[in-house]
Design a protein around this ligand. Structure first.
Ligand SMILES: Cc1cc2nc3c(=O)[nH]c(=O)nc-3n(C[C@H](O)[C@H](O)[C@H](O)COP(=O)(O)OP(=O)(O)OC[C@H]3O[C@@H](n4cnc5c(N)ncnc54)[C@H](O)[C@@H]3O)c2cc1C
Length: 356
């Protein structure tokens, strides 16, 4: 087996895979086009598992649970305790209708993961855990072990550990992955993966789902950030607050991207996020609006990541949609399996015809 690996893409997925490979003795080089198009740069950083248990999405829930089990060791390997910003979540419903939706979601999770630690709580009980929550919320669940990371610190820590492990990062875009040096090539370029796979002769389906997201910074007059990730529903819309050291990330909208460079936030999306965030935690109104951004989630048609071989030399890991941060250790483990000759995914990419 070859021992030199080139990775295209230096987001959460490419870097997590590169670090796992370097730790396993591969000489590893990551080629990356920069953070401007990187979903991992704008993400919220929730390590969703229970909160991602949407009825009908059984496979993604199973994978999320497997990845959640890998996070403690992954964090230890990263060696930077500031990467993790929360250990538990509150799943919150603003109204009785939102709570009924949440009950369905939790029922589905409990059927699939019998040991899930999800405690049904009234609005008043949740306020005892997070005193800055608004009064009059319908209620929700306390989700133990469902935490969050600072996605930007995560990428920085991965880059640092990779360098220490002997890996290299080349800050450059790649047009043709087949021309890269190495015994094995991993395409982990997020939304750019489909075009790169096509150059290598394979048809990988990845579409872009846009999301607006805000970063609010605490001022000296403001309440502290929450200790939990707050995942709420208000007027049927999802809203989440993800703690940072002295800030809160507020996300996120989700709709089909118009094109692969559709990364400008729209006023309506920003307005909804601000209104919902302040309704859930009124003290956020004194925070500074430090950043209003948008990113594009690289999504597979069924929401399940694509981790598979294209040919003897090239493999691909992409299509993580709204869960790529949470699924980075799981993906690294699967890629190492594929490199070791044990493909876990049975889906074969369709070969492009000569004329395509
Ligand atoms: C608003 C929003 C909120 C999100 N919140 C969460 C969350 O809370 N939790 C979670 O788990 N996930 C979240 N996600 C999803 C997550 O960000 C993505 O699933 C994840 O970042 C995908 O990782 P990736 O490495 O595959 O792609 P990316 O992070 O997009 O990285 C791809 C990298 O490849 C590089 N690249 C692309 N083409 C080329 C090329 N030709 N040559 C060289 N380099 C190239 C890019 O420059 C980039 O650095 C969110 C996403 C968005 C948009």
């Amino acid at each position: 087996m070859g021992r030199e690996l080139s990775v295209v893409g230096g987001g959460a997925i490419g870097l997590a895979c590169a670090l796992a490979a370097a730790d396993a003795g591969w000489t590893t080089t990551v080629y990356d086009a920069g953070s401007a198009s990187r979903a991992a740069h704008v993400a919220g950083g929730m390590l969703g598992c229970f909160g991602e248990g949407h009825p009908g999405e059984r496979r993604i829930l199973d994978i999320s649970a497997q990845s959640a089990a890998l996070w403690p060791d992954f964090l230890t390997r990263l060696g930077d305790p500031t990467v993790r910003t929360a250990t538990d979540s509150i799943l919150l419903a603003a109204s009785a209708t939102d709570l009924a939706y949440l009950d369905d979601q939790v029922g589905f999770v409990r059927d699939r993961i019998p040991g899930a630690t999800l405690a049904r709580s009234t609005g008043a009980q949740l306020r005892r855990c997070e005193t800055a929550l608004a009064r009059g919320l319908a209620g929700g669940y306390l989700a133990e072990g469902e935490g969050a990371v600072d996605n930007r610190l995560l990428v920085a820590a991965l880059e640092e550990r990779l360098g220490e492990a002997g890996g290299r990062i080349v800050r450059a875009g790649v047009d043709d992955p087949t021309e890269l040096p190495g015994d094995q090539i991993l395409i982990a370029a997020g939304l750019g993966s489909a075009a790169l796979a096509a150059v290598a002769g394979a048809d990988i389906s990845v579409h872009g789902e846009k999301g607006e997201i805000l970063r609010l910074r605490r001022t000296r007059w403001s309440v502290p950030p929450p200790k939990h990730v707050i995942r709420g529903r208000r007027h049927g819309r999802p809203i989440y607050l993800v703690p940072r050291a002295d800030a809160v990330v507020v996300g996120a909208t989700q709709y089909e991207a118009v094109g692969s460079d559709d990364r400008v936030p729209q006023a309506g999306g920003v307005a909804d996020l601000l209104a919902d965030a302040i309704a859930v935690m009124p003290g956020l109104s004194t925070y500074e609006l430090a950043e209003a951004g948008a990113g594009i989630r690289p999504s597979s048609p069924d929401g399940v990541p694509v981790v598979q071989r294209i040919d003897d030399r090239i493999l691909v890991a992409t299509g993580h949609g709204r869960n790529g941060i949470a699924l980075s250790p799981w993906t690294a483990a699967r890629v190492m399996d594929v490199l070791a000759g044990e493909p876990r995914e049975s889906r074969e990419p369709r070969k492009l015809r000569e004329s395509e």
